[in-house]
Design a protein around this ligand. Sequence first.
Ligand code: HEC
Ligand code: HEC
Length: 294
Amino acid sequence: MKLNFRALILIAVLGLVVFRYLSAEHPLSLASIPQYTADVENGKFIFNVGGCISCHASPADAEVPSGGKPLKTPIGVLYPPNLTPDTETGLGGWSDLDFVNAMQRGLKHGGGHLIPAFPYTSFAKMKVEDVLDVKAYLASLPPVKNAVPQDEVLALPLVRRGLGLWKWIGLDTTAWVADPAQSESWNRGAYLVNGPGHCQECHTPRNLFMALDTAKAFAGGPHPDGTGKVPSMRGLVARGRFKDQADLVSAFQNGEVLGYDHISSGGMGEVQNNLSKLPEAELRAIAEYVLSLK
Ligand code: HEC
Ligand code: HEC
């Protein structure tokens, strides 16, 4: 009996050591940040593709990314942080490395893992230059002082630690590579959809571990916010959802206004609103890629 008790303690301690080891943070080092002069215009473009404003808007002004608008998730209500360059409550004091570690490794400024309701699992696929451009664009905005409320998640510190385990399955940090068999515009679309656009975060179903089930990429499934369903993005023309590439581009540009009601609810309306701000050539590239999904 006594021995068993000791054995249990030993197992518990070993378990804790393994847990701490496996849930550790793996930040990028300064060497992974290139010497680079950021392009603010491109940063604004990526900000729109990435739909940052949909989650990081202020409750008071839908156009200002000073954070705090509640985001309901199955694990609780989150308050996405202030992205304006305020030094106390925003990104003012952040280095490029801090920002890249948040966007591409899901690491919280000051320590801890970020909750993947923030789609860093897709942003990890972005070119680091595009990430730095977004930071430069955000830095060009007027600073707004706004301390957002604490996330309302049960046992938040434990959840943050446990996410380190989840990242072994849920966060794929291999860089995105172009497919040489496809056109340049198809590859541009593929990059925008799978990287900054994070379309898979809703349109790809998740497995038992809440990781994207890539074998079923874009096949649709339960909505990640816990209510309703997200439709498939495969075979949209064959299934008569859209006539052709021009029709899909028009849907992205006009949405409900021109009667494209099937891209308006469950967060897709916000996505469409963000897409409508993109240059038409970029939307054509996105549509070319989307319509190639079989
Ligand atoms: C679907 C909603 C959503 C979208 C879209 C989104 N974010 Fe976030 N973001 C969040 C949430 C929620 C958090 C906080 C997660 C947490 O508390 O662990 C967050 C956290 C962050 C952080 C980390 C802040 C910190 O304190 O460490 C940065 C930086 C950030 N987001 C930037 C962006 C940028 C830039 C974009 C657009 C390219 C973007 N986000 C798009 C929801 C989103
Ligand atoms: C926040 C979750 C979410 C994200 C992110 C998202 N979608 Fe959607 N999408 C939806 C939902 C929900 C619908 C169904 C909307 C409706 O029926 O009103 C939808 C519908 C669509 C449709 C119409 C499908 C049909 O059968 O008619 C297309 C096309 C589409 N999305 C493309 C995209 C693209 C491209 C992206 C990335 C830029 C994207 N979506 C990102 C949730 C999302």
